[in-house]
Structure formats: C-alpha cells, structure tokens
Design a protein. Structure first.
Length: 144
C-alpha cells in the first residue's frame, strides 16, 4: 500500500473536521507553484487530492470549480462509522490556503446512521497529506 493512501486511511480512522489554517504568503515569482493547465485550479493540488482520495468512491468532481465530493466511505477496520469528504481547491497557486477539506462523520446506532463529531486533527492531517503530495508532484515535474 502506498504511503499517502496509508496515511489518509490512518487519518480517516480518527475522523476530524477542521478548516485549513492557511494564511501563508503568496509567492508570485514561483512559476512552478502555478501550473498552467486547462483546468481552473492548481493541477498539482487537483492531482494530489484525487490520488489521496482514490480509496473512496467519488460522487462529484469539478476541475474547473476545484471541488471533489466523495460518497460515504466505511473503513473496514471500523464498520460502525462512515465518512464523507469535500475537498475544495480555491486558487491556481500551490499554497496551503488554496486547499480546504471538510468532513462529515456518522456512526451506526440501532441500525441508523447518526451524525458524529469529526476530530479537527483528521482534516488537518488530510490537508497536510494532499499538500505534501502536491509538492512532490511539483518537484517531480520541475526536475524531470
């Protein structure tokens, strides 16, 4: 199993809800940070998001709007809970504040799915995994 997938699955088992801390300074002179493509958002963030969420069923992908929505995912190690994610890419530049992950979590109680809290660290961990993967993709394209 590849490392990003393993880390994402580990993060999903904790299941949090948070917003990206963001606020990093924009590097307007870094041409590699903004890859020109036919999609409306940063292609590294887009690819990294799809790679990271590849183990989950997707219900919506909009590369122009930068939105990825998953269907409910049940981790085989925790069959009484499920998670649904929305990843939003907000910019064409590769920056931490250009990515936002939101999560919903439900637990099974008496045969019904009931809303449950998501730990903030889980969403932050998923954002970190996506950002790390995006930076790796950028480094690979610049050096290759």
């Amino acid at each position: 199993m590849n490392r990003p997938l393993l880390l994402a699955m580990l993060a999903m088992s904790a299941l949090p809800l948070a917003a990206c801390g963001g606020g990093k300074a924009r590097m307007s002179t870094d041409l590699a940070a903004s890859k020109v493509t036919t999609i409306g958002v940063n292609s590294y963030l887009w690819r990294a998001s799809l790679d990271t969420l590849s183990f989950m069923p997707l219900t919506q992908t909009d590369s122009n709007g930068g939105v990825i929505v998953t269907d409910w995912y049940v981790n085989p190690a925790a069959p009484t809970e499920r998670t649904k994610l929305t990843v939003t890419i907000l910019d064409q530049d590769l920056r931490a504040d250009a990515l936002r992950v939101a999560a919903l979590r439900q637990v099974s109680q008496n045969g019904q799915w009931v809303e449950a809290p998501v730990q903030a660290a889980t969403v932050q961990k998923l954002e970190d995994i996506i950002l790390t993967r995006a930076r790796d993709l950028r480094r690979g394209s610049v050096s290759g």
